[in-house]
Design a protein around this ligand. Sequence first.
Ligand code: NDP
Length: 296
Amino acid sequence: MSAVLINGVAAARQLHDELCSAVETLVERGATPGLAVVLVGDDPASSVYVRNKVRRSVEAGLRSFHHELPASTSESDLLALIKRLNAAEDVDGILVQLPLPPHIDAQKVTAAIDPAKDVDGFHPINVGNLSLGAPALVACTPLGCMLLIKGVRKDLAGLSAVVVGRSNIVGKPLAQLLLRENCTVTIAHSRTKDLPLVCCGADILVAAAGRAGFIRGDWIKPGAIVIDVGINRIERDGKQQLVGDVDFEGARSVAGALTPVPGGVGPMTIACLLRNTIEAACRRRGISSPLANAAD
Ligand code: NDP
């Protein structure tokens, strides 16, 4: 068997087109969604992420507010900016790019964002609502994973899902989303015993551990949907290369469907950020969303 490759680039492009039409509808209703992106410091990777987010949001027709602050910015100045953005009528979504400089408490900053504008889905209220099954803004990478999984198979009820990784931004929220879809969910981590055996039972296997190629083909149940969230930079044949957490060649001959790295989960993340901004705009303004339900 050779796995169907899940094309995250094409899925993200299709979602982006849907978002553009949704924004057009909202603009006609006089409700242009606005996204504020805050970058503190000059970390090169963060600068690239922020630039891409701003570019994509402008392309989709969103109002974009870009705040670049020096690395020396104090925590209280950043909190004051967030307070202003919370109060700003034309801002529907606030994203503070992580990581923050070490003198700033990221948890405090996340908690200061109005949950209704928390388009990263990291605020404790959104995390709590997700686990309660209540409406929530959901973290973008897990949301993107779910959209890809649902693109392969609509009804996930009763399937066994294994998520390798329990971070607050990927593993845990994704496990909640899979639970919401009535999967039987196992969360594995660095203390899990006999990980290969745990993975072997998975109809849906999500790798989010940040370990290059460590999920091997012989850990995968034949026909499983395999979602590789990992982004690892390695050197191969003297060249820098991006690889996932799954041994791609080994998995390809066993899995039913598989995301490549790059070109799988990654492209969905920014599209989901814009999606969350549109959802936040509609909820805040009390208007019906022109988008279909996320991950439905
Ligand atoms: P974290 O480092 O926060 O979490 C890694 C998780 O993997 C931890 O729960 C850890 O367990 C677990 N883990 C580590 N080693 C093993 C092991 N040998 N066996 C089992 N579990 C293990 O990472 P993130 O969740 O932030 O990111 C995970 C990966 O996803 C990274 O490669 C990251 O770059 C990528 N990523 C990709 C995104 C995208 O847009 N595609 C977005 C965000 C992340 P424990 O808790 O016990 O330490």
